[in-house]
Design a protein around this ligand. Structure first.
Ligand code: AGP
Length: 625
């Protein structure tokens, strides 16, 4: 996610902006910039890379007083559209440079607006979605920012937290929010906006949280609020009692728990930009027009020739590999196309057989994992088409692959991957469904049903998170279990792999996953009264098989828990504990069934006094073999 700061008051803006951006660095970013309104007009300075490069860039001007001014905006960018570069950094301005804009979020209809604005004679300098906002406000600007902004917001689709200043109005900052967080801080002789509380704490602890479709206008002596029609509204002021460290995690104890809770938003962002047609409102709303929607993968260069692919080959490491296993099942299920999947560290040293009509899908949250890059480069040499699914714009994988589909999960700080995993799955399902539709193996009605089910996933994930205390209580009863198995069949087996890794990597529990049908071929030898067996049971056609497997482990003294559909009472007499998740298509279940497992692993880690964000011996990105 990008970071926004705005300052207006009786002190120098530039130092306040840089200081605020420094407090947002933990969010992850790839470039930074500021705009300062001073006696010499509106000045914009921005730079790719760490904040320190921006500070170096402006040091001389600051010392000479050439960047003096008491109003300004700052931004740390996490690229979504357009690689990290000086020109793609924020703030962005209109053509004349009189209006500066900083943005956090995704303007879904940026391409359409860019084409329309270009037709109106506007020239673009960057590849970003944000730049359309600056030109759109300029298009409607008749000397006052509020009406121009209100008109522009009506044209925007997607998510935003916006900070805007104009050289023609040196006494006000205007800000607006839709889905991306934005906080206004009320100080003494100064007022600020920020994406997150840590950037405000040096100046004030009195804050207002903007809600969706609210606007704030900050002067030097106060803040006024409006709705998106421009009507004044009253807002409640809050007093922040957090310390800075707690504020960075938005009040969550660890980044991992924060990122688990960011999954509904991350899934919405990753999904919605890829749906086209009526009813593409925010995910989870009952659009009622789901049948008329289609999947739109044009941004990754998807075309009908993909339907002729003879095979899909997937390679990745760790959690991304688990997503790939689910991807294999998804391509077979929705597209009836052969799909192979292998861990990159095996793939790169095998002597794999390539077919000219292969399509490779390489998954990596960081886009920098050594084995994964090696596998991608090998596949590329075979002449096959390489699609990367990654969370980092401009990463090595993104730059070297033929096509890139980004997960818009925002920076993932915790070593244990959570929101990157579920958004990788969302991308794989979208590609598999598009394949299936193009190959004519799924009907328009089946596609519509799948799209409707995907659209509900974010709100269903929210419901699981709302009941996290159930998992927390269960963990408090189980935290001394030293031997834990996850088992399942089909999509549940693949989700078990990821569930086991979460518990293993952050609680140091010996935990493994196996296909439930394999129980009698070995794992049952390990089952005894000290064992906890977690059974994922969402594959309705195989419930009987799972009941048998659960009975087999219970007979050997194991404690048993099931994760199944909320309307399925199939396991009530079989398992010791049953956790229920909202029903979706059996084939889409891993995006939901993994969430209780993420939470369980997190609570066990905390109960054992460990740091789930920084597990021993592990790195966030394994850039060496
Ligand atoms: C997952 O929780 C682990 N941190 C690890 O397995 C990770 O998924 C793996 O190292 C791959 O990382 P990547 O997605 O950045 O390539």
């Amino acid at each position: 996610m990008c970071g926004i700061v705005g300052y207006i008051g009786n002190q120098e803006a530039a130092p306040a902006l840089i200081g605020g951006l420094r407090k947002l660095e933990y969010r992850g970013y790839d470039s930074a910039g500021i705009a300062v309104m001073g006696k010499n007009g509106l000045k914009v300075r921005k730079s790719k890379g760490a904040l320190k490069f921006l500070e170096e860039k402006i040091a001389a001007e600051l010392a000479a007083g050439d960047l003096s001014g008491s109003m300004g905006l700052g931004h740390t960018r996490w690229a979504t559209h357009g690689e990290p570069s000086d020109i793609n950094s924020h703030p962005h301005t209109d053509v004349s440079g009189k209006i500066a804009v900083v943005h956090n979020g995704i303007i879904e209809n940026h391409a359409k607006l860019r084409a329309w604005l270009a037709g109106q004679g506007f020239r673009f300098r960057s590849e970003t979605d944000t730049e359309v906002v600056a030109h759109l406000i300029d298009f409607y600007y008749k000397g006052e920012l509020l009406p121009a902004l209100i008109s522009a917001l009506k044209r925007l689709e997607g998510s935003y937290a916006l900070g805007i200043i104009s050289a023609e109005d040196p006494d006000h900052i205007i800000a607006a929010r839709r889905e991306s967080p934005l906080v206004a801080g009320l100080g003494k002789g100064k007022n600020l906006i920020a994406s997150d509380v840590p950037a405000l704490l040096e100046h004030t602890r009195d804050v207002y949280y903007l809600k969706d479709r609210e606007i704030a206008i900050l002067g030097r002596d106060g803040i006024d609020f409006y709705n998106e029609e421009g009507r004044p509204i009253e807002k409640e002021k809050f007093r922040i009692e957090w310390d800075a460290a707690a504020a960075e995690k938005a009040g969550y104890e660890h980044f991992m728990l924060k990122e688990i809770h960011e999954q509904p938003k991350a899934l919405t962002d990753t999904l919605r930009a890829r749906l086209r047609g009526a009813g593409s409102e925010p995910a989870g709303t009952d659009s009622g027009a789901a049948g008329s929607r289609s999947i739109n993968l044009e941004e990754i260069g998807f075309d009908s020739s993909w339907a002729e692919a003879g095979r899909v080959v997937i390679s990745a490491c760790g959690t991304a590999w688990h997503a790939g296993v689910i991807g294999k099942y998804a391509f077979e299920h929705f597209a009836r196309i052969p799909a192979d999947v292998d861990v990159a560290s095996e793939f790169r040293y095998r002597n794999p057989i390539y077919n000219p009509r292969d399509i490779f899908i390489i998954l990596s949250q960081s886009g920098e994992t050594a084995d994964t890059l090696a596998a991608m480069r090998m596949a590329k040499k075979s002449g096959a088409r390489i699609i990367a699914i990654t969370n980092v714009v401009g990463s090595t994988l993104a730059r070297e692959a033929d096509l890139v589909m980004y997960t818009w999960a925002g920076p993932e700080i915790a070593v244990a991957s959570t929101k990157a995993f579920t958004t990788q799955l969302m991308c794989l399902y979208l590609i598999a469904l598009q394949f299936g539709s193009l190959r004519g193996v799924i009907s328009a009605a089946e596609l519509a049903a799948a799209i409707e089910a995907l659209d509900k996933i974010p709100s269903q994930a929210e419901r699981i998170l709302a009941d996290k205390e159930t998992i927390q209580r269960f963990a408090s009863l189980q935290f001394n279990k030293s031997k834990v198995f996850y088992m399942g069949r089909l999509f549940d087996y693949a989700a078990s792999l990821e569930s086991a890794l979460k518990l293993k990597e952050i609680s140091y529990t010996h935990c493994e996953a196996f296909a439930a049908g394999e129980l009698k071929h070995g794992p049952i030898a390990l089952v005894d009264p000290s064992t906890l067996v977690m059974a994922l049971c969402t594959q309705t056609a195989l419930f009987d098989k799972m009941v048998s497997n659960i009975k087999e482990v219970k007979a050997r003294g194991a404690s048993t828990a099931v994760i199944t559909w909320e309307d399925a009472d199939y396991f009530n007499e079989t398992a010791d504990s049953v956790f229920r998740i909202p029903r979706t298509l059996d084939s889409l279940s891993p995006m939901l069934s993994v969430i209780p497992a993420q939470l369980y692993a997190y609570y066990i880690s905390v109960l054992r006094g460990l740091d789930p964000d920084k597990p021993r011996n592990l790195a966030k990105s394994v850039t060496v073999e």
